[in-house]
Design a binder for this molecule. Structure first.
Ligand code: AMP
Length: 285
């Protein structure tokens, strides 16, 4: 596996991979890799001839009081894991390579970016859309893999690809992969390592309370009733606060008061200590 840090070396390396119409799948990440990321890599490897992974801790998607400086960085360990999975190329630019002096463009996807994490983290999805469009243009993959763990992010990227008529990858070639979980149900996340042992044990209440809310809503409960019980369960388990707990249409992410005929999603963001955890589950699927 080759690790490249400059765009012109990336282009040369990609040209070498593309011989005889070989297909390329992109797996964008911010590093600090875990089994969730590696599952994306494995799905990508099944689907394409070559996998290109990227590691870039994108400053534009962090707010001023967020964890950009504290975000875990472990490029050598991550590269070893990707190499062991058979990744062909690791694209690991630094911020100056991604955003050279004079960089002036912002990609903003209205509507689907506005609620949920978009409301709690102003500008976050502009940062995501901007960097992902750049990664798509830098690598021009045949397909790209993203986790349903970041369900709103996946919706934002699909909307951007459709609205901009992207061809590499086409919107239909943006593949969502189900969330990979720890044995107790907690969704794997690079941020879980911020949790103390006590917080880590308490964090299992998040998927448990979400499963109870899904069962209640599927059983006919009003969303407001089930979501209030979910929030109370999280606070009782030791969570500091709940940023949001919402039932939403799975495609538009518009809020729902009750389950209807269309696929729905339960989405939650909650803080345990200073660590913000997000998770989501299908409802009525
Ligand atoms: P990140 O490094 O957190 O930006 O994540 C990179 C990619 O991995 C994104 O598409 C995430 O949605 C995905 N991902 C992160 N955690 C998980 C997980 N537990 N299961 C599946 N995909 C995940």
């Amino acid at each position: 596996m080759q690790t490249v840090k400059s765009l012109h070396v990336l282009r040369t390396a990609l040209a070498q991979l593309r011989v005889e119409n070989a297909t390329i799948a992109l797996v964008p990440t911010m590093g600090a890799l875990h089994e969730g990321h590696l599952t994306l890599v494995r799905r990508a490897k099944e689907a394409a001839d070559h996998v290109v992974a990227s590691i870039f801790v994108n400053p534009r998607q962090f707010g001023p009081n967020e964890d950009l400086d504290a975000y875990p960085r472990q490029l050598a360990a991550d590269a070893a894991m990707l190499e062991a999975e058979g990744v062909a190329l690791l694209w690991a630019p630094d911020a100056a390579a991604m955003y050279p002096p004079g960089f002036a463009t912002n990609v903003s996807v209205a509507g689907v970016s506005d609620g949920l994490c978009g409301a709690a983290r102003p500008g976050h999805f502009d940062g995501v859309a901007t960097v992902v469009l750049k990664l798509f243009n830098q690598v021009a993959p045949d397909m790209a893999f993203f986790g349903e763990k970041d369900f709103q992010q996946l919706a934002v990227i699909r909307t951007m690809a459709r609205d901009c008529d992207l061809i590499a990858p086409h919107a239909d070639a943006i593949i969502g992969v189900p969330t990979v979980r720890e044995a107790d149900g907690l969704a794997m996340s690079s941020r879980n390592r911020y949790l103390s042992p006590g917080q880590r044990a308490a964090a299992a209440a998040l998927p448990q309370a979400m499963q109870a809310a899904v069962a209640a809503i599927e059983g006919g409960a009003a969303a407001a009733t089930a979501l209030a019980a979910l929030e109370a369960a999280l606070i009782a388990a030791g969570f500091a606060s709940v940023d949001y707990a919402a039932l939403a249409d799975a495609a538009s992410l518009a809020p729902l008061e009750a389950l209807g005929p269309a696929p729905a999603r339960l989405l939650v963001a909650a803080r345990i200590g200073t660590t913000r955890l997000i998770d989501n589950l299908p409802v009525g699927a």
